[in-house]
Design a protein around this ligand. Structure first.
Ligand SMILES: [Zn+2]
Length: 329
């Protein structure tokens, strides 16, 4: 595998999809599309037919830029994958996540009897989870076979795009959600405005994205690249999309990191430090590592760290970051 890294980006005319800045953006990395296809086949068992791959990613490599104004990382001139591309992806059994951390986070904040819209609902896992709480739970999805399955399971899911659904459903919902959708759309500001237009004044919009600061990620993740993901977000860019859209941000929440990540890193650091002590180092590093694991990372303290946001302040993040927006009254 070869990944070329450059210091500066000569990519004239690349427009930031969030703030529309067209100044020269910093080149973060350039990833050959051939490498992405090879990893997709090896790790996910997904083989994109040649014609579909070339249609969706015609260039030899995709170029990740960082906006010099808002900090969004985006792939230059990337287009969203077409129906053929998503048809090839969705045959992989693990493409649709069974559940997400944000499903529970949002569910705990729903008022009983609320009407809820879930855009990009997939097979409707979130709709099923909230069915008992909501007065109406509606899904919108662009994958026809997934919509059929969801309807067969008794869920109210429609096939279509938000751009056409929103004008016909203005103000009809108390809450609208889009989990891991924003990073797929070519115009994130227009998307948030459309989503918010489906919500009554004073209602809530929830958006979640993969957190680019997450602690666990592979050096190259094909599904975090075009034509699947068009940009990479941090919490700051969720603030920006609210500001530009005119939809006030109420809260940002981070998915807690898996306990094994800080545990392993902490143990490795302690072992490294104590191992430098002649003779006694090996003995102390082993037992101090175990002692620290049991004491500092005990389950009750772990819950406290998550509640107080201590792990985020230490730079440990789970997979998702979520923003709650309040629609103006
Ligand atoms: Zn920007």
């Amino acid at each position: 595998m070869s990944i070329d890294l450059h210091d500066a980006s000569p990519d004239p005319g690349a427009r930031c999809p969030l703030c529309e800045d067209m100044r020269q953006h910093r080149l973060v990395e350039e990833i050959p599309n051939r490498v992405l296809r090879e990893i997709l086949a090896a790790d996910w068992g997904i083989r994109i037919p040649e014609a579909i791959a070339l249609r969706n990613a015609p260039e030899a490599a995709c170029r990740l830029l960082e906006c010099s104004s808002c900090g969004l990382r985006f792939f230059a001139r990337a287009k969203a994958g077409d129906a053929g591309y998503y048809g090839a992806l969705s045959v992989a059994a693990k493409y649709y996540t069974p559940t997400r951390w944000e499903f529970g986070w949002v569910k705990r904040r729903l008022q009983p009897g609320a009407s809820i819209l879930d855009v990009g609902c997939g097979p409707g896992k979130f709709l099923s989870e909230i069915a008992a709480v909501a007065s109406r739970a509606v899904g919108l999805e662009t994958n026809a076979s997934v919509v059929e399955d969801a309807c067969r399971n008794g869920l109210e899911v429609y096939l279509g795009e938000l751009g056409t659904f929103a004008p016909e459903n203005a103000g009809k919902f108390d809450v609208a959600c889009a989990f891991h959708v924003l990073e797929h759309v070519e115009a994130p500001v227009a998307f948030l405005r459309s989503l918010a237009s489906c919500v009554r004044p004073g209602g809530t919009v929830y958006l979640s994205v993969p957190n680019r600061e997450r602690s666990e990620k592979a050096p190259v993740e094909p599904l975090d690249c075009p034509p699947h993901h068009l940009h990479r977000w941090g919490s700051e860019q969720l603030r920006v999309v609210g500001r530009i859209s005119g939809i006030p941000l109420r809260e940002i929440a981070f998915e807690p990191v898996d306990i094994r990540v800080p545990r392993d890193r902490l143990r490795a650091a302690v072992t490294r430090s104590l191992g430098r002590i002649p003779f006694a180092g090996d003995f102390f590093s082993l037992w101090t590592g175990r002692f620290l694991w049991r004491l500092i990372l005990s389950p009750p303290l772990w819950k406290l760290y998550c509640r107080r946001g201590i792990l985020e302040r230490m730079g440990y993040f789970g997979h998702s970051v979520l923003a709650a927006f309040s629609c103006p009254e």
